[in-house]
Design a protein around this ligand. Structure first.
Ligand SMILES: CC(=O)N[C@H]1[C@@H](OP(=O)(O)OP(=O)(O)OC[C@H]2O[C@@H](n3ccc(=O)[nH]c3=O)[C@H](O)[C@@H]2O)O[C@H](CO)[C@@H](O)[C@@H]1O
Ligand SMILES: C=C(OP(=O)(O)O)C(=O)O
Length: 432
């Protein structure tokens, strides 16, 4: 049965300590990387229990690669095999766009990959032209038929690739393809996200030769074969950031356990500007919210700029600030749908293309709202914490893609919310 989250908002100040999971956006490409080794086991630990992780594990398993997911231990063990299937079917790719990152590793192993076209999603059209152009430079012929991309090569070669935009997925796909290519690949204008560094670390443990991850030039020297390795998934900076905003808006005092502040500099800098206090402690980062936040202007950018995956949550801080704020979304073309929902909660906002003008208020009202994408789901729950009265948030499958035990973690910090089955209020007269 479909569920909803009901939040009783108002005066609760969040206090206490919150533990953060491994990053969804790191573990998905790490699982794709586990396609590359032809011998040994790969053991991923600190794996978050998320629906996207279930989908990616099933996809890898569907390529005839045996794996075990120990959810209790948050650990996945992947057993390398000699024969990997080439097809990533539509049923997986349609569930999760990130499935496209299996293309590079499958080509590297088999010289052929057949991957369903991912298509767009609610936040934007999300083309994959940069992935495909880079692969073409490496000697891969790309054709499209019946909703699938077929990538074929009989000699995968290193290449000098310049990305028009530092795409995270394209950088990951090309890095992975290059690990087993003949010769050297140089990716310029590469994405620099911490999840790229995490992927390079695992690839190097598997015997690959990847240098420069985290800078805008990544150099990969192809190797003959790769082997399994052990790796603990890097902390989820977006989950950590979401709890920073939760503390900021509730005048809270929350310790983000073992926070990697370096990965959240742009967010910490903006929240500081709004009056939030940050204290580095031995066991984490303490976040203390002020009586009233100050307004601010934010622009999303590739890392190390302000992350688009924190945009929705940040607009909630702007929504309760003392004055008018601007949010510019430069990465995705349709990522303001949460603001439309928040207007049901009394938020005054104007959307002008990629700019949202947000009028801060201390009078948000609880309302029935629906999550339109993953970060919108988190943002609406945060808005519910500070709205007067009751907010109910539906379409929770979006939340489950990226947050494990979000309700439980907020409750442990003192928030009043619960996840309950939805009653069938829309009854057809005359039917039971
Ligand atoms: C699973 C995962 O890690 N997802 C993250 C990843 O998504 P993802 O890897 O899809 O994001 P990209 O960095 O590739 O996309 C950024 C922008 O580049 C455009 N683009 C991308 C590829 C391409 O070939 N052509 C093109 O035009 C996209 O449409 C988008 O406007 O990075 C995004 C940007 O930080 C995050 O919001 C996502 O949470
Ligand atoms: C947009 C996101 O993820 P994905 O790229 O998997 O859709 C996200 O994590 O906010």
């Amino acid at each position: 049965m479909e569920e909803k989250i009901v939040v009783k908002g108002g005066q609760t100040r969040l206090t206490g300590t919150v533990e953060i999971e491994g990053a969804k956006n790191a573990v998905l490409p790490l699982l794709a990387a586990s396609i590359l080794p032809s011998e040994g086991d790969t053991v991923l630990s600190n794996v978050p229990i998320l629906s996207d992780v279930e989908t990616m594990s099933s996809l890898v398993n569907n390529l005839d690669i045996p794996l075990e997911f120990d959810r209790e231990a948050k650990k996945i063990t992947i057993h390398s095999t000699q024969n990997v299937k080439s097809k990533a079917p539509y049923e997986f790719v349609t569930k999760m766009r990130a499935s496209i990152v299996v293309m590079g590793p499958i080509i590297a192993r088999n010289g052929r990959a057949l991957v369903a076209l991912p298509g767009g999603c609610s936040i934007g059209s999300r083309p994959i032209d940069l992935h495909l152009r880079g692969l073409a430079q490496m000697g891969v012929t790309i054709t499209q038929k019946n909703g699938y991309i077929e990538a074929l090569t009989n000699h995968l070669v290193g290449a000098k690739i310049y990305l028009d935009f530092p795409s995270v997925g394209a950088t990951q796909n090309l890095m992975m393809a290059a690990t087993l290519a003949d010769g050297k690949t140089i990716i310029s204008n590469a994405a620099k996200e911490p999840e790229i560094v995490d992927l390079a670390n695992l690839l190097n443990k598997m015997g690959a030769k990847v240098r420069g991850a985290g800078t805008d030039t990544i150099r990969i020297e192809g190797v003959e074969k790769m082997h399994g390795a052990n790796h603990s998934v890097v902390q989820d900076r977006i989950e950590a950031g979401t709890f920073m905003v939760a503390a900021a808006i509730t005048k809270g005092n929350v310790l983000i356990a073992d926070a990697i502040s370096e990965h959240n500099r742009p967010l910490i800098s903006k929240l500081s500007e709004m009056g939030v206090e940050f204290i580095e402690e031995n066991d984490g980062l303490r976040v203390i919210g002020p009586d009233r936040l100050k307004p601010t202007t934010v622009k999303t950018m590739p890392h190390p700029g302000f992350p688009t995956d924190m945009q929705a949550q940040m607009t909630v801080a702007q929504a309760v600030a003392d004055g008018e704020s601007d949010m510019y979304e430069t990465v995705f073309e349709n990522r303001f749908q949460h603001l439309v929902e928040m207007s049901r909660m009394g938020l005054e906002t104007e959307i002008l293309g990629n700019r949202a003008i947000i009028q801060g208020t201390d009078n948000l009202q609880g309302a029935e709202v629906k999550a339109t994408d993953l970060r919108a789901a988190a943002a609406l729950i945060l808005a519910g914490l500070v709205a007067e009265g009751e907010t109910s948030v539906t379409k929770l499958h979006h939340l489950d893609r990226g947050y494990w035990h979000f309700v439980e973690k907020l409750r442990a910090l003192g928030a009043d919310l619960e996840r309950i089955p939805m009653e069938d209020t829309f009854k057809v007269p005359g039917k039971a």
